[in-house]
Design a protein. Structure first.
Length: 354
């Protein structure tokens, strides 16, 4: 049976996404959405403004597609551009999951992975994290009869990355007919030694799909550009189900301009890494438990209700861990230096008041 009532019943248990919120104040910082604090390079902003003149035309993505493929060193046939990585998640679920299938996730998971899996009718097999990281041995066991494994690394919401050598062992254990989605949205912020050679893994394991985005380190979150790197047969299947023109022309112009600004990108990532280190050092000094992050955020054991009022007074917001499956915690996006200085001051004030 179908109909409106059945459809509403089917989606009623899927949690709605809760976006991060900004708060007015002297520091004016939304440290709850993992956005790039410095924004795109000036030349990228100019390209965005200029692209508005072509708004009457359907987007043409061939140049941007080829530029990203060249930047990565992969054939264009192994690359698919999408409207942010969120669209890619929906495409993966629609193609590779369905009623009766199983999706494996960490617990807590990246919530969109769970939502799209449930929407496709799949059953979720949740594997608890170990110290904030994916338990790859248990996930490999859970994948024996699964269709898809969702594997964000560095993970959201903890920021912990998987060990590169353990990742290869995990891929050896996963059945070749089970798709492994390695979400590397935060890869650029990880220490170089902790970044796996995922493209080499892709050549060895044709059931691997690498998911990336230009929202974070390339600072294009508002324009929604993501992409998949995978075996040609997987890309072809996803491309057939993607809506035409899903990536808009302004976003494509921004991609072309951004990829020519490697120096700005590298500088922006370095600033985030520096501020992340300062924040983690302050948390350690104050004795506040936190996950060792390789992303552009830090998740700490702080009650949101305890810190939110003081932050709000300063114009800052952080993400309530209750929204992310980490009750009693907060996720703090790394902002620009003045915001982070205010944040550290609030942390010190709260610690001294206890």
């Amino acid at each position: 049976m179908g109909g409106i009532s059945e459809a509403l019943r089917r989606v009623a248990h899927i949690p709605a996404y809760q976006p991060g919120r900004a708060s007015p104040g002297p520091a004016a910082g939304k440290l709850s959405s993992n956005e790039a604090p410095l924004g795109p390079a000036p030349s990228v902003r100019q390209a965005i403004a200029a692209a508005g003149g072509q708004a009457s035309r359907y987007p043409e993505q061939a140049d941007s597609h080829e530029l990203i493929a060249e930047h990565l060193g992969v054939p264009t046939s192994q690359l698919l551009l999408t409207n942010g990585s969120d669209e890619l998640c929906y495409l993966i679920a629609s193609v590779f999951l369905g009623p009766g299938s199983i999706a494996v996730l960490g617990e807590p998971c990246y919530q969109i992975d769970a939502a799209v899996s449930l929407l496709a009718g799949a059953a979720l097999r949740r594997v608890p994290l170990a110290a904030g990281a994916h338990d790859l041995a248990e996930m490999a066991k859970a994948a024996r009869d699964a269709a898809v494994v969702w594997l964000p690394s560095p993970h959201n919401p903890t920021g912990v990355t998987v060990d590169a050598s353990e990742l290869q062992g995990f891929l050896e254990e996963v059945p070749p007919d089970c798709l492994v989605v390695l979400d590397e949205a935060y890869r650029a912020y990880a220490d170089p030694a902790l970044r796996p050679d995922s493209l080499a893994l892709l050549r060895r394991y044709p059931n691997l799909l690498i998911q990336r985005t230009l929202s974070k380190d390339w600072a294009l979150a508002g324009l929604r550009v993501g992409y998949a790197i995978a075996a040609e047969r997987l890309v072809s299947a996803l491309a057939r189900t993607r809506a035409p023109f899903s990536v808009n022309s302004v976003a494509l112009a921004a991609v072309r301009a951004a990829l020519r600004e490697a120096a700005w990108h590298d500088m922006s990532v370095a600033r985030v890494r520096e501020e992340r280190s300062r924040l983690e050092a302050e948390l350690a000094r104050l004795g506040i438990e936190h996950f060792p992050s390789q992303a552009n955020f830090v998740t700490a054991r702080i009650e949101h209700a305890a810190i939110a009022p003081a932050l709000r007074a300063a114009g800052l917001t952080v993400r309530d861990g209750d929204d992310l499956g980490i009750p009693g915690g907060v996720r703090i996006s790394v902002g620009w230096a003045p915001q982070m200085a205010v944040l550290r001051g609030v942390l010190r004030q709260l610690s001294s008041a206890e």
